[in-house]
Ligand binder design. Sequence first.
Ligand code: 0L1
Ligand code: MG
Length: 266
Amino acid sequence: MASTNVVNVIDQIASELFEAEKNKTSVNKFVDRFPELNEALAYQVQEKLVELKCEAENTVKIGRKLGLTSKSKQEMMGVHEPSYGVLLESMQLYESEKISTAPFIHAKLEPEIAFVLNKEVKGPHATVADVLAATEYIAPAVEVIDSRFQGFRFTLPDVVADNSSSSKFIIGDRFYSPEKFDLKLMGMVFKKNGEIISTSAGAAVMGHPARAIAWLANKLYKVGQSVQPGEVVLSGSLSGAEKIEPGDHFSASFDGIGTVEAVFSE
Ligand code: 0L1
Ligand code: MG
């Protein structure tokens, strides 16, 4: 059973992150104030934060996201492994709507591949093949990330506690069986206001986008969980995150599975 002190730390950090998002005020990383904040404790904070959000927004969990899945992103953020976060129904937006930037602190956009599962994926030895066999559909997606930390400055435990910088996401409206595609070779073109800002391929995500979901299943196994049928999982970004300004129009086009767009207003 967790000691009172540990419970207090979990509640304190979760509540500060919850308030930071609500009030659009960024906070300093917590590891300096709470040296006991390691990765395992941070996932407990994440759980508490998600509980607070579900209650406040009257929403439910619908899946997970992977974060920090590319070597370049890990190096940029000074961390050594990926992270995961929880996706809530209230985070899902649609291509047809203009997205207000008003609720964000300093949001950025990432092109990702969404996996919709129809079977459980369970660790400790889940593989790319297991994930593909459990995937009903894939679809193009973009994730809006918005760290609650000043200047996106955090350690791995900090970002884990902050639900891996999750904010919103959009999934394109066409879904494909993964069978027909070699996801590691799937090309991607990311555009902002009509200009190409990056090009990439699925392999940018841990060598194969499905490897990120296998990593998730193996990580969840350690806390007695698995990836569940019906869950939506965002693979992690195929390229660097791009700052969002009001008026921006983004598109992410993936070879064979089409384009997803996101338009932002004040
Ligand atoms: O989805 C992501 O890769 C973001 C994870 C956290 C890192 C960041 O905030 O840039
Ligand atoms: Mg992401």
